[in-house]
Write a new protein. Sequence first.
Length: 407
Amino acid sequence: MHYKHEWFERTLINASAKKTLAEAAPEWVFAHFGAIEKGYDNCQICHARIVKFVAIRNTKNNVYLLIGEDCYDKLLHYLKTQKIETVTLMERRQYIVAIKKYCKKFINASFIAWFKARKRISEEIRKSLTVIEALGYAPSLKAAEELVEYYKAHRRFPLYELLTKQEQYVLRRYPCSPRLPKTLTLNILSEVQNRIREWADQCAEREFQKLEGEQRRKEEERRKKEKLEAQERAQGIFPLRELLTKQERDLLWQYPRRPRLPEKLHKDRLPKVRAIIARWQRVCQQQEARRKEKEQIIWEEKQRKDQIVKEVATTEIEEKIRKQPDQYLKCHFWRGINPTRKIPQWEFKRDWVKYVLDRDDDYDPAEGLVYVEVTREMVPDKVYLVMKLRLEECYDPVTREIKYEWI
Ligand SMILES: [Zn+2]
């Protein structure tokens, strides 16, 4: 390792044009990280092949040295062991952390993609991008800053994409907004945001003033009204509702159409208004009576028609009984006992034939005569099961009216 130390000394001293390492070392600063784009290069200290390197710069004569990463670390270690007081070079990791910390805010996939899609970029920027792709971070803090500056000054975004929800809300809330660019670069964003904030303040202030004005106006109107009312009261003019009794006021709401009455009047004119109300009430009552009378007539007419229709149904069933005496009957039932099952049942006897009602709960002696239809022969020529018929409303498809039928 001894020979490498000599190289460090010789290279630094030569490149600095100084006599001792102690004089030469402080002149050197970190310049940037780098990656050889094609093939390889040689370390300017040990001459080994290198792909990644660290560039250091002499601040006095602006000479650059490209050194392999390993060599850089060893050089740093060597300088420390030499107890040289003012060494400005720091560990690689420290530079990388600083660069990464700065880049974190802006440099992402979208950032890189935007640069890549850009046709005309400077050689400097192109080199920086190459290093970022090779190493994962920018060559130096300065290079990163330059990239970000360029990005902020050139990439255009749609306005709404960059605004906060609050700012978007302001622009929607106050539609005749200040004139703003549709697309903008990041470096003028804060200016645009300031304008939006100012605009929001202006609008809020205007709204506040308007509101205040409205309140003042309302207050004034109310005062005027009160004053006028007081004057009127002194002259004997009152609101109608105060002059009328509760009974009279309720009366005005009782019928749908109210008479036209003044809102305010002189108390001397009250009898005249009362006469109007009384007349109106009489008219309403007459109309009401006529309406009820009409309704009654209509109802009666309907009842009468209903009765006729029901009578028609009864005539029909009587006709059926005459034509099919074995099928239809008019009868009243007596309490009997089912001879096999020993349970009560409703039955009717005629000419040695017994008719049994199918449902025991379907008859009440108070009904008297009911119409029934034979549904089943239980003992031939002796016992028949019958079903009670009911007068039901049916729709007649021929006349398209409701009619009644015993079914
Ligand atoms: Zn080397």
